[in-house]
Design a protein. Structure first.
Length: 169
């Protein structure tokens, strides 16, 4: 059940960013997921609800945006969609070439976290809300985590076509 491990990572990141933003509540979490990722949306959302219980993200709504599987033709550089369940889509519609490389479809990252207003200032003069610089730093940390995940994915996506061909054989 890969949803559990991925969802645990998402919950951990959301809770860390909520703590840094000093927010009393996370309202929604937007996750971008590539079509090739073997993730069942309902299971992922239920798992998030279960893992976030008792936290500031307990009532957060999970919004999943799917990214289609697209490839770029090695022959003519045309980009096109592939349906791994339909062999007729496995060749370039422009030139007929069957050699291509993955462009989209392996994504998995948090694209946005919507939070309630920050908690009021602590008695010792703590800031009531994060500054623009702090918000930019949060966005940069999330972007860095997303880039690291994309780099890991790029290393593992080379066999996507071969696995799809074996699955349909």
């Amino acid at each position: 059940m890969r949803e559990m491990a991925l969802c645990r990572s998402v919950v951990d990141i959301v809770l860390e960013e909520a703590r840094r933003a000093r927010t009393p509540e996370v309202r929604s979490v937007h996750v971008t997921v590539g079509e090739v990722r073997d993730i069942v949306d309902d299971i992922f959302c239920d798992m998030f609800d279960w893992l976030a219980r008792g936290t500031v993200a307990e009532h957060a709504r999970v919004v999943i945006t799917r990214v289609p599987l697209t490839v770029a033709c090695d022959g003519c550089a045309a980009e096109f969609h592939i349906d791994v369940h339909d062999r007729s889509t496995w060749h370039c519609p422009s030139c007929g070439c069957e050699r291509y490389h993955l462009r989209t479809g392996m994504e998995f990252f948090i694209s946005d976290i919507e939070v309630a207003s920050p908690m009021p200032a602590a008695p010792l003069g703590a800031k009531a809300e994060p500054s623009f610089e702090e918000l930019d730093a949060i966005r940069a940390r999330v972007a860095a985590r997303n880039r690291a995940a994309a780099e890991r994915d790029a290393k593992t996506c080379g066999g996507v076509k071969a696995r799809a061909q074996r699955a349909l054989a």
